[in-house]
Design a protein around this ligand. Sequence first.
Ligand code: FES
Length: 253
Amino acid sequence: MNESKWRVTFRIFRKRSNERPYYDSFCIDVDPDEYILDAIERLWAQHDRTLTFRHACHHSTCGACGMRVNGREKLTCITTIRSMTKDGGVVKVEPMRNFPIISDLVVDMGDLFSKMDRTRFDSVAPLDDACLPYEKPRLAAHSNVQEAERLVDCIECGLCISACPSSSTDNEYVGPAVLAAIHLMYNQEPAQTLLDLADHHTGLWRCHSAYECTYVCPSGVDPAWRIMDMRKKVIRNRLKSVFSRSSKEKSDE
Ligand code: FES
């Protein structure tokens, strides 16, 4: 075998409508620096045309290729084989958790997208919020530039939800991606209605602060920090309203 090649076994999760799930194994020679998604495409092209998986941009922009690789949430188009295994090793590829499985590695993300729509989060950001480098001097005076710079990078890949232990145990939980979107919208325009959307037992208060979402996010959105920050804002608003009510009562006495 070519010395620059590795022999790797891919164990791929398979599931069709009512069938029981199982794993298919494919032992192939790979370039260790190629991406997991490239290898999956090769498996599809050369070994099994019935394998279903999702991808589009191949450069970490569309969020379509999220999967679990050796138990960790990854964008497979930017994850090298070398970073996940060694020569002679195994790469286990599974669909994301906490979403219904449609087929093999494809999950149904409809619920996430409709929840994101409800926050009115701009997944395609206006120019000011996108903060292109040549716009920065002008935007530097804008207090929310840092916030906008970070969250416009949310690609709605769902990896944060797959990694979230609270999402695993409660499918009513709105999840880290949606809460992070609400946080950005609130920072841009602090409307109480946005906080109300998050201030709920299936929202902010369902998070157990595991920080897994932040750990796996490929875009540096840091949903866990955003959830904690929003909790502070909610508590601050509640305290303010308690104190203003009690001082009003005193002044009425
Ligand atoms: S294929 Fe678009 S993010 Fe991976």
